[in-house]
Ligand binder design. Structure first.
Ligand SMILES: Cc1cc2nc3c(=O)[nH]c(=O)nc-3n(C[C@H](O)[C@H](O)[C@H](O)COP(=O)(O)OP(=O)(O)OC[C@H]3O[C@@H](n4cnc5c(N)ncnc54)[C@H](O)[C@@H]3O)c2cc1C
Length: 384
């Protein structure tokens, strides 16, 4: 398939692949075991200017968009989705700032993020507000000169590791989701601490942690955009970021396919390589076809995001739903056709299967997103 990537996009993709193979591959199994945050790899990515990819040029970035980010995420995920999670969530953590921040806020934060000197996180989910994100309870009460935050955020990627947090909190709790605002909270702010570190099924080297705010004061200049627009900004952000989760799923599936091809080529049973069996060829053929369909949908969705098109909900949700379901199926089938070794930790497939699962859950579960797609489809009344 020809995707007509520019020379710059090809260079970014190749560089991400090189880092994944040279720096991530040798340590992925160990990181999965220890669940240690991959600081050294974040440093390699920073030194290779990978954090600049999604930052505008005026703020020391490379000025890339959703497609460039997807290319990096795809390549990192092909080797290790935990690493791509730690990396990609930085784009999530600063998209709101890029889109809605003041010039002063952008100058203050974006160059450090571009250089990889400071990591970011995005905090919406709470113990009582997951899919029903509008039910958040964390408050940011207006006080003299700023806001006083109180509440707990749950399952926050890069929690405890990031230096900059975009937190969605209620500045007007009488208005529900319409009273939510986006506020920047820096790591060492008084009253801001970290709670439970989650032990996960997959993407284990990524940090997932609780954020706790107890009378945490932040100055009013940390408000992004206007009061009450936080929920809307979060929804816009997810419209832009979901192809990135699709790209993560795509990379995992691609890695699983390649591993399964290598294994079934060299495994001899009944006097022939497994790959010669029609049943195995059927499965591999399906895997390859679905992966290519994912790639086509994700690149098209990313290009739609980058085109400045207004309504991104449908295409963005479709790319995430499709690619994540493909990743789950491909990794499960890959384990199956590799038999016992596929199930063992000596091979990467069981990790890929565990890692794939999260892509169906976060940034909007696939059930919620199918619902969103159906609503958009109904609005269009069958028009293409
Ligand atoms: C590893 C990990 C990292 C995460 N990182 C972040 C992060 O960085 N920042 C952040 O803010 N959040 C983060 N999250 C939270 C994540 O986005 C939520 O877990 C997700 O949105 C689902 O919410 P929930 O877990 O509360 O499940 P629930 O909302 O309780 O849903 C449980 C199940 O019910 C289904 N369901 C719920 N409502 C409906 C409905 N109306 N119709 C049909 N089905 C429904 C869901 O699809 C799901 O299958 C992370 C989660 C995980 C696991």
């Amino acid at each position: 398939m020809e995707y007509f990537l520019t020379e710059e996009q090809k260079t970014i993709k190749d560089l991400a692949r090189k880092i994944a193979e040279e720096r991530v591959l040798p340590v992925r199994a160990e990181l999965d075991e220890t669940e240690d945050f991959p600081r050294a790899i974040m440093k390699y990515l920073a030194d290779a200017d990978m954090f600049r990819v999604f930052i505008p040029e005026e703020y020391e970035g490379l000025g890339g968009g959703c497609l460039e980010l997807c290319l990096v995420v795809e390549e990192l995920s092909r080797v290790c989705a935990a690493i791509s999670t730690c990396y990609a969530v930085n784009a999530l953590g600063c998209y709101t700032l890029i889109e809605f921040g003041t010039e002063e806020q952008k100058r203050k934060y974006l160059p450090d993020i571009a250089a990889g000197r400071r990591l970011t996180a995005f905090a919406l989910t709470e113990p009582t507000a997951g899919s029903d994100a509008g039910a958040i309870k964390t408050t940011a009460e207006k006080v003299n000169g700023g806001y006083m935050l109180n509440g707990t955020k749950q399952f926050i990627t890069n929690g405890g590791e990031a230096e900059i947090y975009t937190v969605i909190a209620l500045t007007d709790k009488t208005r529900g989701a319409r009273g939510a605002s986006a506020i920047i909270v820096e790591k060492d702010t008084e009253g801001f601490s970290f709670g439970k570190t989650e032990k996960k099924m997959g993407i284990r080297a990524s940090a997932t942690r609780e954020l706790i705010f107890r009378n945490c004061f932040v100055p009013e200049e940390n408000l992004i955009g206007r009061e009450g627009a936080g929920f809307l900004m979060a929804m816009k952000l997810f419209d832009r970021s979901r192809p990135g989760i699709g790209a993560q799923a795509l990379g995992i599936a691609q890695g699983a396919l390649e591993t399964a091809v290598d294994y079934t080529r060299q495994r001899i049973q009944f006097g022939q390589p497994l790959i010669s069996l029609p049943v195995v060829q059927d499965i591999l053929g399906d895997m390859a076809t679905h992966i290519e369909a994912s790639r086509a949908l994700i690149y098209a969705a990313a290009r739609t995001v980058d085109s400045g098109a207004k309504n991104l909900t449908e295409v963005s949700a479709m790319s995430k739903v499709f690619a994540s379901d493909v990743a789950m199926k491909v990794t499960t089938d890959a384990v199956q056709i590799c038999g016992g070794p596929g199930y063992m930790r000596d091979y990467p497939l069981e990790k890929m299967m565990r890692d794939a699962k999260i892509t169906q859950i976060y940034e909007g579960s696939n059930q919620i997103l199918r619902n969103a797609i159906a609503i958009e489809t109904r609005k269009r009344k069958g028009r293409t």
